[in-house]
Design a protein around this ligand. Structure first.
Ligand code: GRF
Length: 217
């Protein structure tokens, strides 16, 4: 059996410094903070960056003693300049893994190139079903009986990168967007810290579309 190579990411990720990008509520950020606090995840959140000044997640970060910044896209001439500013803020703080947690912006080339295979996103559906906005509403409208949550590596394709972990959530005929979102969120909060742990461990490689984990001996 061929053991997948770490492709050189191991030493960089060994520092285990995470940067979390948010735009709102920040409940996934909170799940990462909690997993670190209780020892389920060995990592440090070096910085939280929000695209919105009114994001509740900024306060969650400050309450946990984490540096929290707002970088608003409105303060930059274009998307590229904004992405460069985010990349710089993360690199200055020696971030090795970037976690998008409800970050309502497309990630462009400057950020992707600064963190190759080192940006994660969480999405509230079983990708590739229902990418983009309002995934839970899309699932209800389509009439699926099972949806879920996905953590994946970020690439230039929206919600399209290699999958790290997924969890399924049954849809009930009585579900509304609110009830379904709440049950999906429970799975998101369990999944994201676990996916981060896997990626930081570094025992994986990318083969085509797949993230392949080394089987522990
Ligand atoms: C989550 O449903 C996440 O999957 C999606 O945006 C939402 C963010 O929620 N990308 P929160 O800000 O983490 O509470």
């Amino acid at each position: 059996m061929t053991v997948p190579t770490q492709k050189g990411y191991g030493p960089i990720l060994a520092e285990r410094r995470i940067g979390v990008l948010i735009s709102g509520r920040g409940s996934n950020l909170q799940s990462i903070i909690d997993a670190i606090a209780c020892g389920r995840l060995a990592a440090t959140i070096a910085v939280v960056v929000s695209s919105r000044a009114d994001a509740a997640g900024l306060q969650r970060a400050r309450d946990a003693g984490i540096e929290a910044l707002c970088l608003s896209p409105r303060d930059y001439p274009d998307r590229e300049a904004y992405d460069r500013a985010i990349a710089e803020a993360l690199q200055t703080r020696r971030v090795s893994l970037v976690c998008l947690a409800g970050f309502m912006r497309l990630v462009g080339p400057p950020l992707l190139e600064a963190f190759p295979h080192r940006i994660l996103n969480i999405h509230p559906s079983l990708l590739p079903a229902f990418p983009g906005l309002e995934a839970q509403r899309q699932a209800l409208d389509y009439g699926v009986q099972v949806t879920g949550a996905t953590v994946h590596l970020v690439t230039a394709q929206l919600d399209g990168g290699p999958i790290v972990l997924q969890a399924a959530v049954p849809v009930s005929p009585r579900d509304t967007v609110e009830t379904l979102s709440a049950r999906v969120l429970v799975e998101e909060h369990r999944l994201y810290p676990e996916a981060i742990r896997i990626v930081l461990e570094g025992l994986w490689s990318i083969e085509g579309r797949r993230l392949v984990r080394a089987i522990p001996s």
